[in-house]
Design a protein around this ligand. Structure first.
Ligand SMILES: [Zn+2]
Ligand SMILES: [Zn+2]
Length: 289
């Protein structure tokens, strides 16, 4: 399985993109930077998008993908919980912001909404996909993707606060793709908006290891580019403390998929820097991403 990061940040700048993953060129997870990262032929190879939740940075490119599918006489499946699909239909593809591509063309709509339910595995593009609720907005789910051999390859949390055994008991991934939006000094914002700091990631991984007796390979996305350097330093501390292998992802990175899942030596791989982003964090804006 080939897992490519298209975007790995929670804020878009000249050098950072909203979060999206691409599996084997056909299955996307979240649509923060889907259209802006892929050529038209690559977009036409897409079969489905798994959407974790309705926040703008995760659904932003759905209208753009929909228009491209429409113009190319193609179509794509958009999978999410019913509440998230309703939000997309009500606020994006509503005939005002953009055409209702879920209804047009009538004979073969460009967007095919597919509702999913927590803990109910579904087959999508030949993969078994299981939605599992996470600690974020009301209807947010992460997705565990299992390959054709029945191996649970990875779990993508989307946005989430700390996860407990209640979540982990349903999962056995070789690779965990999760978020770390803020460093420790913004812990109060992280708690209020249900995102992870490195400390929150630490707690989540300890809960995982206590239950499963191993740690998966970990890749981190959804960083705030203004605070990425200190976030990376703190994550290096988490990796060293747990003996975990944690990769800071960046756009165009191919994620490592270990086989079988085994605890790795403590290390933190630093992804590509958000080099030219220099804006300083000032007052405490609410983050809803
Ligand atoms: Zn987000
Ligand atoms: Zn969010």
């Amino acid at each position: 399985m080939n897992i490519r990061v298209l975007g790995a940040h929670s804020r878009e700048t000249a050098t950072t993109k909203y979060t999206s993953l691409l599996v084997d060129d056909v299955l996307a997870l979240d649509a923060g930077s889907l259209a802006s990262s892929l050529s038209i032929p690559a977009q036409k190879r897409l079969k489905a998008i798994l959407v974790t939740h309705e926040h703008y940075d995760h659904v932003r490119d759905i209208p753009a993908i929909a228009l491209n599918m429409f113009r190319e006489c193609s179509s794509i499946q958009v999978c999410a919980t019913p509440e998230v699909l309703i939000a997309i239909e009500t606020h994006l593809l509503n005939g005002s912001i953009y055409p209702p591509f879920q209804d047009m063309p009538q004979e073969r709509p460009s967007i095919r909404f597919t509702p999913v339910a927590p803990y109910e595995p579904v087959e999508i593009c030949g993969y078994e996909v299981m939605p599992v609720p996470v600690n974020h907005s009301a209807h947010a789910v992460g997705y565990q993707v299992t390959d054709a051999r029945g191996k649970a390859v990875f779990f993508y949390t989307g946005d989430t606060g700390p996860l407990s055994a209640e979540c982990w008991q349903h999962l056995s991934p070789q690779l965990l793709v999760t978020e770390t939006t803020f460093p420790a000094r913004r812990a109060s914002v992280a708690i209020r908006t249900r995102h992870l700091t490195p400390s929150g990631l630490h707690h989540s991984l300890i809960a995982f290891r206590q239950l499963k007796a191993y740690l998966p390979e970990v890749a981190v996305v959804h960083m705030d580019p203004a605070m990425e350097t200190e976030t990376a330093q703190e994550i290096a501390g988490v990796a060293g403390d747990l003996g975990a292998s944690i990769t800071m992802a960046h756009a165009n990175m191919l994620l490592p998929v270990p086989e079988p899942a085994v605890p790795a030596a403590g290390m933190c791989r630093q992804g590509g820097p958000a080099a030219s982003y220099t804006e300083r964090e000032t007052a405490a804006p609410a983050c809803t991403g």
